[in-house]
Design a protein around this ligand. Structure first.
Ligand code: ADP
Ligand code: MG
Length: 427
């Protein structure tokens, strides 16, 4: 099989690493990929942006691609899966109308309300003045904050927790009337602040059958002790010690299956990976949001433990016959720590040489994210999150010990990483 993988981050390198182990695969192409996907045997990069839908479809047609695997959020929201299908190409991932569960928080909240899926209480607004009146009436305080969310995809910057009415009004004005959110903030969700610890619960689904994956926990803030700005994710572990088998069973029965069934009932069959971001509250697990693809860096922590053939799973999802296979996972832990560019998630330098990757212990896996082959083939930085350093172990602690024992052998100017991945947030 000839597969085109769309995306270029650490998640995509982990998927490329796994897909190229499939006996079904003849050749993998990554658009645009990164230095890691370019170096993976059987894999080659194609210089087309993940958002250039017409060019991707044309290239896939011209190059006799058997499956287009859409790994990142933007092409899903832009309808790449629909465009592939219209062109007679098979594609892995939800169609645009199904991916709306990620690209519109207003849609996702409405779905949960209609189908009684546990989530934070909320209201939605298109009018800034009405939103500000509502926010003020909620009487937000440091003890009872409010959460304001831009409706659309906002690169992790569309959610603000506010602690008084004046702050709420300022945030609403910026989101709904300022220029910084473009269309993403025309509609907003204002919701109740949930207390607890977060967990990522993902599943493979063909719109009917649901296979939950082991849980993962990522760490979104840039610095230790959850300080600093939000990022795309600074590291992840799997499994998650406080996410008990009882909670996993509840999540499958109260959240995952109802959400997949709800999408089917709405005429929006969801095929692909449904990512449930949960808050483990005193009242049980509640949905913070849904995503329509693998998490990054959760994929880097989970895929090393997937024993089954990822390509076979994707084909079964695409064909709507997921009931004919059972994905198997190694009963072990895995940890992933992201090495980031100094200044990320703000401004940072690029094209800095990366060294030390050839001197790592054999049990360390490195997935590239913001990397590129520079002049004379030298590996240089090309993004904020540069590398994900991963290791397996019997427990998350042992896996983390391996990662932290090796990560300092890697070097690029300004490199930083969190030293507390996997630590439990105090409640
Ligand atoms: N209702 C809520 N209560 C408490 N924290 C929240 C709530 N909603 C979101 N958050 C926090 O904000 C983060 C981002 O929110 P989320 O809805 O996942 O948006 P996105 O990932 O698209 O930026 C979450 O990971 C969580 O830490
Ligand atoms: Mg989120």
């Amino acid at each position: 099989m000839r597969v085109l993988l769309v995306g270029g981050g650490g998640r995509e390198h982990a998927m490329a690493w796994k897909l190229t182990q499939s006996p079904l695969l003849k050749k993998l192409y990554c658009a645009p990929g990164n230095a890691g996907t370019g170096l993976t045997p059987l894999s080659e990069n194609v210089p087309i942006a993940a958002t250039d839908i017409d060019a991707l479809v044309a290239w896939a047609k011209d190059n006799a691609i058997d499956l287009v695997a859409v790994a990142s959020d933007d092409p899903l929201a832009l309808g790449l899966v629909d465009a592939c299908q219209a062109a007679g190409l098979r594609a892995f991932g939800p169609a645009k109308a199904a991916a709306e569960i990620e690209w519109s928080k207003v849609f996702a909240k409405g779905l949960m309300r209609k189908y009684n899926i546990p989530t934070a209480a909320y209201e939605t607004f298109t009018d800034c003045a009405a939103a500000a009146v509502y926010a003020k009436a909620q009487n937000p305080s440091p003890e009872r904050p409010l959460v304001i969310k831009a409706d659309g995809l906002a690169l992790g910057k569309g959610v603000v927790i506010v602690r008084d009415a004046a702050e709420a009004e300022a945030v609403l004005r910026d989101m709904m009337e300022g220029g910084s959110f473009a269309g993403a903030g025309r509609r907003v969700v204002i919701e109740e602040y949930l207390r607890g610890r977060e967990v990522t619960a993902m599943c493979f689904t063909d719109g009917g059958t649901v296979f939950p994956m082991p849980p993962a926990r990522d760490h979104k803030r840039a610095y230790d002790n959850d300080e600093g700005p939000n990022t795309g994710g600074m590291g992840a572990i799997t499994p998650v010690p406080d996410y008990t088998p009882e909670l996993a069973a509840r999540c499958a029965e109260e959240i995952m299956r109802p959400a997949v069934n709800a999408m089917r009932a709405e005429g929006r069959l969801f095929k692909g990976i449904l990512y449930c971001e949960l808050m483990l509250t005193a009242d049980g697990p509640k949905v913070i949001e849904f995503n329509a693809r693998f998490g990054d860096p959760e994929a880097q922590a989970l895929l090393p433990l997937l024993e089954s053939d990822l390509l076979e799973i994707m084909l079964a999802v695409e064909a709507g016959r997921l009931d004919t296979i059972t994905p198997q996972w190694e009963d072990a832990a895995c940890a992933c720590v992201v090495a980031a560019s100094g200044g990320y998630p703000g401004d940072y330098r690029k094209e800095l040489p990366i060294t030390g990757l050839d001197a790592l212990p054999k049990d360390i896996l490195v997935f590239h994210a913001g990397t590129i082959a520079g002049a004379s083939g030298r590996l240089v930085t090309n993004g904020g999150r540069v590398l994900a350093v991963c290791a397996k172990g019997d427990t998350p602690g042992k896996a983390l010990g391996r990662v932290y024992g090796a990560i300092d052998r890697i070097h690029f100017e300004g490199m930083f990483y969190r030293r507390d991945i996997g630590a439990l947030k105090p409640l």
